[in-house]
Design a protein. Sequence first.
Length: 278
Amino acid sequence: MKIGIIGLGLIGGSLALDLTNLGYHVIGVSRQLKTCNQAIERSIVSQASTEFDILAQTEVIFICTPIGSILITLERIIKHLPPDVIITDVGSVKGSIVPQATELWANFVGAHPMAGTANQGIEAVEANLFKNAPCVITPLENTSTKNVERVKNIWHEVGCKIYETTPEIHDRAVAWISHLPVMISANLINSCINHENQEVVNMAKKLASSGFKDTSRVGGGNPELGLMMAQYNKEQLLNSLKEYQQNLSLIINDIETEKWENLEHLLTKTNQERPNFL
Ligand code: NAP
């Protein structure tokens, strides 16, 4: 089977590499010619081009461009394709993509592999990036179940654990476990550096160790990706931020009023619950 991948960066390139290693004929399209050449030289794909017409012979196409380019890319490729081609994506938000994409192309299936690193572009491509990672498929009521199964099978072949839900539940869930943590972590770093006493800030920088490394990691990542999470999952992210703000006020109140038993109860509960997320 010939598979097309558009956007040969971290996610698209890593998927292309795994599929090539599994024996698929993978055809890549990327914005820059040098990325296409590198993808061929490193045997990430069998063929690559900056032109979409190379995808005419493919059966399934993965759009792996940044979130803001997914719908534009879809609009641009469909004129090159026969109507039975399955088009899917890997975007980190689904509600602002899947309904519009399905209007444009009936054989569209939304998906989101929950794998990644802090790196970007073709240099960041890794074999087996998706092994044991969750991959969520987000069909609409009118999405063909046959197409959903084909997309699920491909993600299963590269090692993903497959889940299925609606675009809305997906966006609400990832707001809590992915997009909110980026904002909290960014706010943590920003609050530390903005503190009025420079001597304290300087000492904090020297003393920061494993705890700060863990809690600041996602806030110190790719700014473009964080911005797109906020722009394209605005409503759900705001809901989570406001609920988080209310819960933070309760913690502040418990500390101010020395309700230590409340704080102990909370910390015991979070200690017990954390493994259920990981
Ligand atoms: P990335 O490493 O920056 O790769 C995207 C690549 O797409 C770029 O390297 C660029 O390649 C190419 N590109 C950009 N615009 C394009 C266009 N209009 N047409 C064709 N190619 C284009 O980004 P990524 O982390 O792989 O993210 C890609 C998608 O995966 C996003 O939708 C994101 O939401 C999703 N995702 C990301 C993660 C993560 O943790 N990073 C996890 C899950 C899903 P050249 O300019 O070099 O040609």
